[in-house]
Design a protein around this ligand. Sequence first.
Ligand code: IVH
Length: 673
Amino acid sequence: MPVPPDVLERIKKLREEINYHNYRYYVLDSPVISDEEYDALMQELKELEEKYPETITPDSPTQRVGAPPSDKFRTVPHHVPMLSLDDAFTPEEIREFDSRIKRFLNIDHDIEYTLEPKMDGLAVELVYENGVFVLGSTRGDGYNGEDVTNNLRTIPSIPLRLLSLDVPVPSLLEVRGEVYMEKDAFERLNQERREKGLPTFANPRNAAAGSLRQLDPKVTASRPLNIFCYGIGRVEGYSFKTQWEILQTLKKWGLRVNPLIKKVTGIEKAISYHEHLAKIRPELNYEIDGMVIKVNDLELQDRLGTKAKSPRWAIAYKFEAPQNITRIKDIILSVGRTGAVTPVAIMEPVKVGGVTISRATLHNEEEIKRKDIRIGDWVIVRRAGDVIPEVVKPLKERRTGKEKPFVMPKYCPVCGSALVKKPGEAIYRCPNPDCFPRLAKRIAHFVSKPAMDIEGLGPKVVEQLITAGIIRDIPDLYHIKKEDLLSLEGFAEKSAQNLLDAIEKSKHTTLPRFLFALGIRHVGEVTAQLLAKHFKTLDAVMKASVQELEAIQGIGPEVANSIYQWFRDEKNKELIKKLLEAGITIEPVETEEKTLPLEGKSFVFTGSLKSMKRAEAKKLVVSLGGQVQSTVGKHTDFVVVGENPGSKLQKAKQLGIKTITEEEFLEMVGKKK
Ligand code: IVH
């Protein structure tokens, strides 16, 4: 029985409509009919096709699933090789890429680039002949891939027939894109598998790859796969001028293109957009591992050409190199705020994701045993996202026999207390409740403003540094490396450099500052000043006897004793030695008494001052070497006359002593604006 013409017409119409609604839904992300209406169209088409099976064509929207399982994938060639991309991690590398292109093309104006999120899935090629999807393959080695047509057909966002909305459909089109699994779909799939007792997938990428390489298309159909298209191979019957035009046209043919693509002029804009993508990355429902930068103009692409494996006109600006290989030089202990003592691997510095790292926490002794990490081992280190570095595993094949297993020390590296471990716990602790706070306080005092004055090193950063095992005592401050800081939360290139500069600057200091910084009991700023003034050198202070110390005006027996004892302690001597070895230099105290501006002058105040309190004025005079007397006598040099002066003014006049106004006084002490 021939198919009635009106049925044929209806079938054609239904297919067109369904394809159009697929496009609205998958490509434009703006459907114009409800799911129910869509289902009704599909249902009607299915029924008609069932009644008139001779009308079924492979590109009918009903024909996604249904191909029988195969026993092996056929190998198919890519007529235009599917190349890979060179990687870059830093803005410098990207600027270098831009300069290289300009040099190569011999141009000096800004270049137009397309920017595309770099999907973390697997590359495929879709072949359309006269608009009909006829072949789909994996990337393979770039020259030959596997025929996964029947699996790709099951992905709802891959059109089985191209649309011809505003543009004609080419006679041949090879489209390249990335098949991936959305994050939430991945979670659901793993959840289902867990419930069924099936092994779960490590990440969306593996899940997508595993799903696409199923021999039974029904299995693939049950997996939530998706696609973003980003390029072309061969095209016949259509020509493009730019990459941007390709992307826009792919959309018009009903192919899904990432909405975050962008076109910019000049490399700096590309760098900013990369920052933006990095920022929004966690909110995306799919994984991206960077941004692809492509020269927009196809003629320029042509002139630039390709190298063996990758084009010169494109680069992958990655977010992170997830891992690298390095060697463990040592395993030390760090003491945390709560007393937890953690082993930390000290490694040969290595770049991971554009950042050099040299240490990683190993968590606890058991973890080290479980992973069988030894001192001297070559290891894989990882730094996923902004997360702290982690030692993944040792490369046992590279062992020489000289590697040493880690033995957990028995005593706290900071205070020497015997470490304890509760039964059932993995972590050793220092039982001394003063250990961490005392160390943190000691170091915070040392770096504080009146002491060594290391800007940007407040108590919080000090604690961070101790917890990370970067510093364990004061001298360690002078051995901090940039990569150490970069491993801490809140540090970036610039802030790390600033802190290192501040530490370097603090190496040149004065004797009073240094003495105060040491944190000797009873030695505050004033005592430190007195000591410095009297002894002039650190060496002399260190050698001073109790008697000599006591002889200083302002230093009593208790203080003298404390200072004396402090410098007799071997640990303290070692501390000073280490600090000097680290490059601390102490400015010599002037041997010639430096004459202060008010040296030898005596002042009397009468009346009230407008600009400061009497006590402040007195302090000021003393600090400048002068004296303040309470009554006017013949040795008085100046009487400062404020408002409502008293009898002292008369006395001054009687004795012929110089009187000055508040303004004149301010000028004298250098306070006048
Ligand atoms: S272009 C010659 N664009 O990255 C151009 N690739 O290392 C080669 N990828 O195999 C590819 N998103 O799997 C390009 N917007 C994008 C991409 C992208 C992801 C993947 C693709 C390719 C690999 C290249």
